[in-house]
Design a protein around this ligand. Structure first.
Ligand SMILES: [Zn+2]
Length: 212
């Protein structure tokens, strides 16, 4: 079992290593951040955006929640989005789901207890809206994984409809939204879809099924 002390030891080693490689690294961090990416992903401990894309500190603004859901009444995510797009002027917003997602499994199975149940309401709506698509995908695992893909699509469309993104598109700000899925089995990310200012949202179909 890993003790919390392990984290502090590892942190010291990490800091020392970076300083050895680049003595100005932390000094430069004080100048502020100019990330090109906002990442919206699942809180799952196996899905680490910076590690799996080899992004150094300063490269990515990050928001994570269970099942990578987008709600316009989620003041946490809406603040992150506003700051990233309007102030930091990120060029890309990525929503990345992942196969075998526990949040999506819970929404697939029905009710759970407590706040998670309320949180997953949005995901259950995706299941209802695409029930034929999901339930025809094969066995339970295949259905859950199809649900993961369709969920990324619906959350990406909701993201595109937010006031922040619409304002950036209208102002001609360079901004693209990307829907991706991460595969726990091989560590690879599969791009599903992309939305930019020219995309007509009503024409966006279901993503290709990429998990074989
Ligand atoms: Zn997940």
């Amino acid at each position: 079992m890993k003790s919390y002390k392990q984290l502090l030891l590892a942190n010291k080693a990490w800091s020392m290593e970076l300083k050895e490689e680049n003595p100005d690294f932390f000094k430069r961090q004080l100048n502020g951040q100019m990330p090109d990416f906002l990442w919206i992903g699942c809180s799952d401990s196996r899905v680490n955006p910076e590690q799996m894309t080899m992004t150094p500190p300063g490269g990515m603004f990050i928001h994570r929640n269970i099942a990578n859901l987008v709600n316009e009444d989620d003041i946490n995510l809406m603040s992150v989005l506003q700051y990233a797009v309007a102030v930091l002027q990120v060029k890309h917003v990525i929503i990345c789901g992942h196969y075998g997602c526990g949040g999506i499994m819970a929404a697939y199975d029905g009710q759970v207890d407590g706040p998670v149940d309320i949180w997953l309401e949005n995901a259950r709506a995706v299941r209802e809206n695409h029930s034929a698509e999901i339930y025809n995908a094969g066995d339970r695992e295949a259905q859950v994984n199809r649900f993961v893909e369709v969920n990324v699509r619906d959350q990406l469309v909701k993201l595109a409809q937010t006031k922040t993104v619409q304002a950036a598109f209208a102002a001609g700000q360079p901004l693209a939204l990307h829907g991706w899925v991460y595969d726990l089995r091989d560590g690879l990310i599969k791009p599903l879809m992309e939305i930019d200012a020219r995309t007509r949202l009503e024409t966006i179909g279901q993503p290709e099924r990429v998990l074989l």
